[in-house]
Design a protein around this ligand. Structure first.
Ligand code: FMN
Length: 146
């Protein structure tokens, strides 16, 4: 069974909700999922041993949250090349964080990324729930194809 790690950075809980919906989508695809808050990642070793890594952060003041930036510096040493990746986050109007994370995973970590990041204004509307679950399924499909 393929293993995936989802790490989220949130202030008000919305990015946590999206992370849980992505986890549901991955589980539909029979992937073993671990879901953790970014505060639980202490060293690059905590990012290792998974077939897929999915990172999410809310956007505040045009940026990802500080702890996710720290994690991305850690990730450089985590031997993630070729692993399946995705990035996501809740936002209000500009939503920079998911694309910044996605680009780092692609260009620095050299991960095998899904088509794009997932940016959601709300995970509570029906369309948002479906989009987040489908993002998990897309990652699951990419894992099957490996
Ligand atoms: C002080 C403050 C600053 C924010 N700055 C941005 C911003 O620059 N761009 C944006 O798209 N949303 C911004 N937002 C909206 C949040 O990204 C949005 O509420 C999001 O759902 C929060 O996610 P979270 O619940 O995971 O923390 C801001 C919200 C607050 C309270």
């Amino acid at each position: 069974m393929a293993k995936a790690l989802i790490v989220f950075a949130t202030r008000a809980g919305e990015t946590d909700r999206i992370a849980n919906l992505i986890a549901e989508g991955l589980r539909f695809s029979a992937v073993d999922v671990k879901l953790v808050n970014v505060t639980d990642i202490k060293t690059e070793k905590d990012l290792m041993g998974y077939d897929a890594l999915v990172l999410g952060s809310a956007t505040y003041h045009g940026e990802m949250m500080a702890k996710m930036k720290t994690l991305l510096f850690m990730g450089e040493k985590a031997e993630l090349e070729g692993k399946v990746g995705g990035a996501f986050g809740a936002f209000g109007w500009s939503g920079e964080a998911p694309d910044r994370i996605f680009d780092t995973m692609k260009n620095i970590f050299k991960m095998n990324m899904v088509s794009a990041s997932l940016r959601l204004k709300s995970s509570t509307i029906e369309g948002g729930i479906r989009m987040a679950q489908d993002y998990g399924r897309e990652i699951g499909k990419k894992l099957e194809g490996k």
